[in-house]
Design a protein. Structure first.
Length: 292
């Protein structure tokens, strides 16, 4: 499904990589850019409409402090999922940075630095918030983990999966940035800094995927669309639908909270609103993505 020398034989990659590297050069550690003194446990860490139970009557009837606590745990899980994904990408990038044209190696090193900075920023948040990293419930999708480790770095499916892994959470980052009123300023700053770097990573991933798709057959494109539809649902489940034990750790009373979130129409609408642009772009590349 791929040409192992594609990074060496695709001049557009080198040109795009050089351009993006230029924008990445004035690097500043994100940990030093956050105003950590504004971190407060007495605010929401996600906009209320972004909570998985927003609009569920039984949840809306709970005390404000309990609803805020759920936002804390859902945001922590979001960061924990980010660390999980970035750790997979860092492993693959570390090997790729030793190969290929100079321009792509340089840009991969910029990506390494930025992704490491994101994870450091997330871990700093855990420490300052008084949360153990385990509170993020870091048991994430085993199939996605396996694919992240085993798919050939030069394959079309790998870069399509990387693009999904960057875009799906970034849509939530963007939502937080645009709906920051009433949200802890530190959470907003963190999402904004993360999204700024991810915009470059996503642009690079799209460039690679677009180039790869130009040479694949219709049959391969169909199979890719089916595979990406499956992966999209797994990414969405990971980032937008918390497991049952998270609700209990957040202090909610006993109840089928995960099932309520999964069945709630407002949650489906929110998720579709967030990832709709991603689905549209993939379909624009000629991939049939089954969603919702």
């Amino acid at each position: 499904m791929g040409n192992p020398d594609f990074l060496k034989t695709a001049p557009p990659f080198a040109e795009r990589a050089t351009q993006l590297a230029r924008h990445s050069t004035p690097y500043r550690d994100p940990v030093t850019r956050i105003h950590w003194d504004r971190l407060s446990p007495h605010t929401f860490w996600l906009p209320e409409p972004a909570l998985s139970l927003h609009g569920v009557p039984a949840f809306e009837a709970l005390p404000l402090a309990t609803r805020q606590a759920l936002s804390h745990h859902e945001f922590a899980r979001f960061l924990g999922a980010g660390i999980w994904l970035e750790s997979l990408f860092l492993q693959r990038l570390a090997h790729a940075a030793l190969k290929g044209p100079r321009a792509t190696r340089i840009y991969h090193l910029h990506e390494l630095r930025e992704e490491a900075g994101h994870s450091l920023m997330f871990l700093e948040f855990f420490e300052r918030a008084g949360l153990a990293e385990g509170d993020s419930n870091t048991r994430f999708d085993r199939l996605l983990t396996l694919l992240g480790r085993r798919l050939p770095f030069d394959s079309t499916l790998f870069w399509a999966a990387i693009l999904l892994g960057e875009e799906v959470p970034d849509r939530l980052n963007r939502y937080v940035r645009l709906n920051a009123q009433g949200v802890c300023p530190v959470a907003v700053e963190l999402c904004a800094l993360h999204s700024t770097d991810e915009a470059r990573h996503i642009a690079y991933g799209r460039e690679i995927l677009k180039h790869r798709l130009e040479s694949v057959s219709r049959t391969t494109r169909t199979l890719l669309g089916r595979a990406l539809s499956l992966l999209l649902r797994r990414f969405v489940h990971t980032f937008y639908y918390p497991p049952q034990d998270l609700y209990l750790r957040a202090g909610l009373p006993q109840g089928p909270w995960a099932a309520r979130a999964a069945a709630h129409g407002a949650r489906h609408q929110f998720v579709t609103h967030c990832i709709g642009p991603t689905v549209s772009r993939l379909r624009g590349l000629g991939l049939h993505i089954a969603w919702p």
